[in-house]
Design a protein around this ligand. Structure first.
Ligand code: SF4
Length: 410
């Protein structure tokens, strides 16, 4: 059996994750420390600049998915009136909360998620985050503030940016009322600069996979993206990605492949299937196939944080509004075509995630259009990010095998 080679930086990553969650747990017990919950591509830098500790429910619910616990929790949310067809991050997370359970207990010895003082979202990814956070706002009687981003954007215009900047300014006023302190503008500029550095180093990490053979897989990326998601704006994330990049550069110098004897290179479009990361990673390795790049892991590359040296809110507004998930179909296609070329891709897997149409690009003809324009074949996998009841193990395995076999005949 061909085994994927683990990264030695993983040990450091584990230490960072443990410190992050334990720090949150201690902060939650400190009556003087304010706690914010933030959507994964929400305005974290504002919260950090105002002294909040920041907890990300999406990372928590991805842990639920990766621990294969989601199907114990989703029915609890359904009993609250939520449809099984909506975001399984939402239904898993609320279900776990109502059952008074969290994967943080097994992973870090933490008995419960930290109580929020405020819930902060941005609809740049979907409306579900707003509904998800609203449930907690009502349940816990906590204020909720959000940014309603313009969506399906072709080209980002001045009015898009102005609208988001104005909403951020309104948000800051509301947050100042919660903290009873004015925001320190120089601290905001510092946090945005660190987030920009984090984004750049994370980009460099992901770009190492353009090398043949690739030193990194998409499955590694799903694990190592944690600092970019929960610690952007913190120096520790930048330091970590510098360390990881050095390890990957070493691999490149020594010709070490993440998948030994790499023969085929795949692009993953759509959400990860958290409960099946290991199985899929092993199957691809056995097929001498490296899933080298993905839209998902690249979603935490924010090239526009540095867009304005005068006003960090402008850089934030650009960065958080021009996300792939928030763009028009044609912008997405242009982006994907560039990635296919950059990473020298042989085939694309589109994950059609049942409960996340927002991050599934299979329903409006995109796979065929991309194939017609690039001659790169694709496979659509019907599955889900957390709900494994809609995942057929055997059918997926067979389809992947047949797809890789098809590549060998091209
Ligand atoms: S983008 Fe998809 S997975 Fe993420 S919160 Fe929205 S619906 Fe859920």
């Amino acid at each position: 059996m061909t085994k994927r080679i683990p990264l030695r930086s993983s040990k450091k990553l584990k230490e960072i994750a443990t410190r992050y969650y334990r720090d949150l747990d201690s902060a939650a017990k400190d009556p003087n420390q304010k706690m914010a919950w933030c959507s994964s591509v929400g305005p974290a830098e504002i919260l950090l600049a105002m002294g909040f500790k920041v907890y990300y429910p999406e990372n928590h619910t991805a842990m639920i998915g990766a621990s294969r616990l989601a199907n114990e929790y989703i029915p609890v949310s359904i009993a609250q009136g939520y449809s099984p067809e909506i975001c399984s991050y939402l239904t898993s997370d609320i279900g776990a909360f109502l059952k008074k359970e969290t994967p943080l207990t097994k992973a870090y010895g933490i008995s419960e998620v930290p109580n929020p003082d405020v819930l902060v979202f941005n609809t740049n990814q979907c409306r579900d985050v707003q509904d998800w956070f609203k449930w907690y706002a009502l349940k816990l009687d906590v204020p909720i503030v959000g940014i309603h981003s313009p969506s399906f954007i072709d080209e980002l215009s001045r009015s898009h940016i102005d609208s988001v900047v104005e909403q951020m300014k309104d948000m800051i006023i509301k947050l100042e009322q919660i903290t009873n302190q004015s925001m320190d503008k120089s601290e905001l500029a510092k946090r945005v600069r660190i987030s920009f550095e984090c984004s750049q180093t994370w980009q460099q990490v992901l770009e190492t996979a353009a090398t043949i053979p690739s030193p990194l897989t998409f499955f590694d990326g799903c694990i190592h993206m944690l600092p970019a998601v929960v610690l952007r704006g913190e120096q520790i994330a930048v330091d970590y990605y510098e360390l990881l990049r050095e390890e990957l550069d070493e691999r490149i110098d020594e010709g070490i492949a993440a998948v030994p004897d790499e023969k085929y290179r795949i692009y993953w479009e759509g959400m990860p299937i958290w409960g099946k990361l290991r199985d899929l990673s092993e199957q691809f390795s056995e097929l001498k196939t490296c899933v080298v790049a993905s839209t998902y892991c690249s979603s935490w590359i924010f090239t526009d944080f540095g867009a304005s040296s005068n006003d960090p809110l402008v850089g934030m507004a650009k960065a958080y509004t021009e996300l792939f998930i928030n763009r028009s179909e044609s912008s997405k296609e242009e982006y994907l075509k560039k990635k296919l070329e950059e990473f020298k891709i042989d085939g694309i897997i589109f994950h059609n995630a049942r409960t996340c149409p927002n991050n599934s690009n299979t329903s409006y003809g995109m796979p065929k259009r991309i194939e017609d324009q690039t001659n790169i074949p694709n496979l659509v996998i019907d599955a889900d990010l957390n709900d494994l009841n809609v995942y057929s193990e055997e059918q997926t395995k067979t389809n992947i095998e047949a797809f890789i076999e098809q590549l060998s005949g091209i």
